[in-house]
Design a protein around this ligand. Sequence first.
Ligand SMILES: Cc1cc2nc3c(=O)[nH]c(=O)nc-3n(C[C@H](O)[C@H](O)[C@H](O)COP(=O)(O)O)c2cc1C
Length: 214
Amino acid sequence: MNIVDISNKRYTTKHYDKSKKIPAEQFKQLLTVLKNSPSSVNSQPWHFFIADNDAAKAKILPSILDFNHPRVADSSHTIVFCIKTPLDEAHLQNLLRQEEKDGRFPSAELKEGQDQGRRFFVEQNSKTAENLLCWESKQLYLALGQILFAAAAIGIDSTAIEGYDNVKMDEILGLKEKGLKSVVVATFGYHDVNDGNAHRPKSRLPNEQIFTTL
Ligand SMILES: Cc1cc2nc3c(=O)[nH]c(=O)nc-3n(C[C@H](O)[C@H](O)[C@H](O)COP(=O)(O)O)c2cc1C
């Protein structure tokens, strides 16, 4: 399938067929896509919680707004996207150690440059707590876009979900104590035969309104 076909095929699923489960191997591929998602200065300011069974989905359901309940309850897998708050010294050192382990630094200068460059961007975006939250959230939304596209590419339906109570979600998962904060949710599975959205045409503003060639 070419990329245009994939982008046309991906749509927001409103109703899932609860009886259909994503094969473990394919879900693992989606997690790899999340892991490989780009982030500014390779900051990877994230942690993902995965609900792949009824008990786990029921646990987070009270934080999901009513109209979104079926998207979570009937999904095969639900993922809660979280940012790290704060993006602390331990995380910066952890990143640098991992990059070194992964063979990213043929010289000490490169390692030092990467560390300094990352600290510069983190500092630039840490002027206020809101500023940092916003910057980290941008990285999470990139990952969200990647996984939605990847899922469609392998025939898996999905729903991005902002319609949830983040305070409640953070309480349920004990995120504050873990130095995390939820920013968005996404669900995955296979649409129900009665999912009306599956057959609606896509609606997008025309090219001339959104693209300008300079
Ligand atoms: C960040 C984000 C949050 C969204 N939140 C919800 C949601 O809470 N519930 C829902 O049914 N759809 C949600 N959507 C789906 C959008 O309404 C949908 O992507 C948009 O209308 C375009 O339709 P399409 O995805 O079918 O192409 C969300 C989409 C994004 C990208």
